[in-house]
Design a protein around this ligand. Structure first.
Ligand code: HEM
Length: 81
C-alpha cells in the first residue's frame, strides 16, 4: 500500500470502497453526513466511533497519523466539486 494512501480497506466493507455507502451507511461521497461533515466531527466519529449506530471506535486500533489521513481523505473526497 502506498505510504501516503489512507487505509481505505478498513471502511470499504461498511462504507463502500468509494464511500458511496452500503445498506448500513449513507452515501458519504454525496456529502450525506448525519454526524457532522467538518474535519473535527469526522475525526471525533472515527476516533470514538458511533457505537449505538454500529460505527466502531478506531482509537487504539489504528495510529493517530492514519486517523488524520482518513479524515483528510474523507473530507477532501466528500466536498462538493
Ligand atoms: C477506518 C474505517 C472507518 C472510517 C474512517 C469510518 C468513518 C465514518 C464516519 C466519518 C461516519 C459518520 C458519517 C456521518 O456523519 O453520517 C461513520 C458512520 C458510520 N460507520 Fe463508519 N467508518 C469506518 C469503519 C466502519 C466500519 C468497519 C463499519 C461497520 C462495522 C462502519 C459503520 C458505520 C455506521 C453504521 C455509521 C453510522 C451511519 C449512519 O447512521 O448513517 N464504519 N463512519
Amino acid at each position: 500500500m502506498a505510504r501516503h494512501s489512507p487505509p481505505g480497506y478498513l471502511f470499504a466493507g461498511c462504507h463502500g470502497h468509494n464511500l458511496q455507502g452500503t445498506g448500513k451507511t449513507a452515501n458519504l461521497l454525496a456529502g450525506k453526513f448525519r454526524y457532522g461533515a467538518g474535519k473535527r466531527a469526522i475525526a471525533t466519529n472515527i476516533t470514538n466511533g458511533i457505537i449505538d449506530q454500529g460505527m466502531p471506535a478506531w482509537a487504539g486500533a489504528i495510529t493517530k497519523a492514519d486517523i488524520d489521513k482518513l479524515v483528510n481523505y474523507i473530507y477532501t473526497k466528500t466536498r462538493k466539486k
